[in-house]
Write a protein that binds this ligand. Structure first.
Ligand code: C2E
Ligand code: CA
Ligand code: CA
Length: 657
């Protein structure tokens, strides 16, 4: 058993190692022509030397047959199927190696028998020549076959074996010496060839290992590249490659290789709600679908990446007019407007886009990104679901805002902040039922600043909680002078309802004021709640438990999802004034307001409509069943003294009436 395994290893082919046998074939295909040159030359010389001395059968016919056999085998061996698949190549190489081993035995024996037959006719000189030619050419052939150990061994054994045996059997000391010499040389050759064969196998194995390692390393580096530059959820480029792309394009402009660039940011509208309501797996599915829609919009000049969360970056590699950029942005918004089908459930989201167009050399990548970001937030605030291009006007606002931010840092709230109060009216009875408290800031350096600007500035500066406390204290001390049935509506910012310390402070202010908490309404916006739903909800519940009322401000501009409006501890909805502006002319605006009024009625919430400026607006709203109104039609925001005078006068007039 052991000896069988030894022989099959020595004379066999490793069928399970295609890399090895194909390599063996390749090496041999290169060396076999040389082998046949050696063998055929030796054969022709021996035939020539014996021509005329031996029967023509031995000097012509046999050599002719041998040469034809040798050449035939050679041509078959070196010809391979053209453009073959790896499988066919393997099969053909294996067949050739296999035949080579058997062919070596056949051809070796044929050559040896021919030489032995020639011996009978020759004298000592030609006999010696025959032995030398056959011996040397056999060792030469074995050298050429050394990559296939089996065939090198078989050719030595099948040729030298019979020849040495024959020489030995002549009994002549000279031939016996030659036989011994051939036998010993054969042993030495076999030994060396065996060692070489092993080395060759080892080398091919190592080459194979190296090749596999290279393939693995290549795959790994590809995976690393994808990991480092691709977003795994959407398959789009990630933030890192977005920044590389953006920096590269800006660099191209400075090198004169590009003439312009547009940088855009797309932010999904209403995605957070899907995540909160349906969970992250559904959110992920929506994002993946967003990714494939955005990928479809990519082209040679439009590059899209996921920046993180529900934010996507766009680079337009071209110098475009603002209107062209606007068109590209619209395309993105349109793609986000198509309903998303998640497991048969249709979901509606949208997308707002902010774009910055390269204008001048100091527009760096960071600067363009910041401008696009600003334009995006402008879009989100003013025209959700649409595109905003960063403009000169925005630039002026930013400068102004920076100024405000700087002044906000060292503002004395007690001194510089004061309040305005806008009546909230029940038109049916023509009576004021409450006041909304509106903050005012008169900066000694900048003058009067709009609350929309300075509230945000305080939010950025992290001073909003302190500001809200000061305003609430001031508001309560004024509200104490109002008649008992007048409520006070007070605005809270996002950071007020998401900070427990701020809530504790506000509660303490209410409790120490002596003002009935039932007469206080806190106004919060949808966006401020959605930013941190759980904390906001617990803050609102605390305020509710004190007896305060909660109003959802600017309703209709945010997510406006019925399911979460229902889940909040609300008492009132304040319809955003943007719906009222066009109510006289725009039928859609009218029907939206109508739907909202009905929704309030079915949820048993008070509906307050803000921004009523004209009698006609009031008429339409009253017809729809709106019972509480706030707006310039009744009164602009008033100073504390004027507000008090406003209710007092109103009541006096009624008394007189
Ligand atoms: P808001 O809470 O929606 O307040 C209503 C805004 O609409 C007020 O602007 C008010 O003057 C204005 N307004 C009322 N009626 C009409 C009308 O008929 N037509 C028009 N065109 N406007 C009308 P204001 O005072 O400039 O306040 C702007 C925003 O600043 C407020 O919007 C609120 O978000 C914020 N804000 C004001 N005071 C405070 C505050 O004390 N705390 C917080 N966190 N935010 C405040
Ligand atoms: Ca408000
Ligand atoms: Ca409002």
């Amino acid at each position: 058993m052991y000896s069988f395994r030894f022989f099959s290893k020595l004379f066999g082919i490793d069928y399970y190692n295609p890399e090895l046998y194909v390599a063996q074939y390749r090496k041999m295909a290169r060396q076999t022509p040389l082998l046949y040159i050696i063998v055929i030359t030796a054969l022709l010389i021996v035939a020539y030397l014996n021509f005329g001395r031996v029967p023509s059968f031995l000097s012509l016919t046999v050599p002719f047959v041998l040469v034809v056999g040798d050449l035939g085998f050679l041509f078959w061996f070196i010809s391979m199927p053209k453009k073959a698949s790896p499988k066919t190549t393997n099969r053909a190489a294996l067949a050739r190696l296999h035949t080579t081993i058997w062919g070596s035995i056949g051809l070796g024996l044929a050559h040896a028998l021919w030489a032995i037959n020639l011996f009978e006719y020759g004298d000592d000189g030609t006999r010696g020549q025959i032995a030398v030619f056959i011996g040397v050419s056999t060792f030469g052939a074995a050298l050429c076959l050394m990559h296939l150990r089996a065939s090198a061994l078989t050719i030595i054994i099948s040729t030298i074996g019979p020849l040495a045996w024959f020489l030995w059997s002549t009994g002549s000391p000279a031939y016996m010496g030659s036989a011994l010499n051939l036998a010993l040389t054969s042993v030495a050759f076999i030994f060396v060839l065996n060692g070489y064969g092993k080395d060759f196998i080892r080398m091919i194995r190592q080459q194979d290992i190296l090749r596999i390692k290279n393939v693995e390393a290549e795959a790994l580096s590809k995976a690393n590249f994808a990991l480092a530059n691709e977003d795994s959820l959407t398959g789009l480029a990630n933030r890192r490659s977005f920044l590389t792309e953006l920096n590269g394009e800006v660099n191209n402009i400075s090198l004169g290789q590009a003439s312009g660039i547009g940088v855009g940011i797309l932010d999904l509208d209403g995605f957070k709600l899907i995540n909160d309501v349906y969970g992250h797996p559904v959110g992920d599915k929506v994002l993946a679908e967003v990714g494939s829609r955005l990928a479809a919009l990519q082209c040679s000049r439009v590059f899209v990446a996921r920046l993180g969360g529900d934010e996507f970056g766009i680079v337009v590699r071209a110098k475009l007019e603002g209107t062209e950029l606007l068109e590209i942005g619209e395309m993105f918004c349109d793609a986000m407007r198509v309903p998303f089908d998640v497991g048969g459930q249709m979901m509606l989201i949208g997308g707002s886009v902010g774009f910055a167009n390269w204008q001048r050399m100091d527009d760096t990548a960071a600067c363009l990104f910041e401008k696009a970001d600003y334009a995006l937030y402008h879009a989100k605030d003013h025209r959700r679901g649409s595109v905003t291009i960063f403009s000169q006007e925005h630039e002026d606002t930013i400068r102004e805002v920076r100024n405000v931010d700087r002044r906000m840092q060292d503002a004395d709230f007690m001194e510089e902040m004061y309040l305005a109060f806008q009546p909230i009216v029940a038109p049916k009875s023509a009576s004021t039922i409450g006041f909304e408290v509106l903050a005012r800031w008169h900066s000694p350096i900048l003058g009067l600043i709009s609350p929309e600007v300075f509230i945000r500035s305080a939010e950025r500066a992290g001073t909003i909680n302190r500001l809200t406390s000061v305003l609430l204290e001031k508001a309560l001390s004024e509200a104490k002078n109002w008649p008992d049935d007048i409520f006070m509506s007070f605005n809270l910012s996002m950071q007020d309802i998401t900070s427990s310390e701020a809530m504790v402070k506000l509660i303490a202010i209410v409790n120490t004021s002596g003002f009935d908490p039932k007469r206080i309404t806190f106004e919060v916006t949808e966006t401020s709640i959605m930013n941190d739903y759980d904390r906001a909800l617990s803050s609102l519940n605390v305020l509710k438990s004190m007896g305060c009322k909660i109003a959802l401000d600017d309703f209709g501009t945010g997510y406006s999802s019925l399911s979460y409006v229902r889940a909040l501890p609300l008492d009132k909805l304040k319809l955003d004034r943007s719906f009222i502006t066009d109510i006289e002319t725009d039928e859609d605006a009218g029907s939206i307001v109508h739907t909202m009024v009905e929704m309030c009625q079915s949820l048993k919430l008070d509906c307050i409509v803000e921004g009523v400026e004209t009698r006609d607006q009031l008429g339409i709203l009253s017809a729809m069943g709106v019972e509480i109104i706030q707006g310039y039609y009744f009164s602009r925001p008033l100073s504390a003294a004027d507000a008090l005078a406003y209710v007092t006068d109103e009541r006096e007039i009624k008394m007189v009436g």
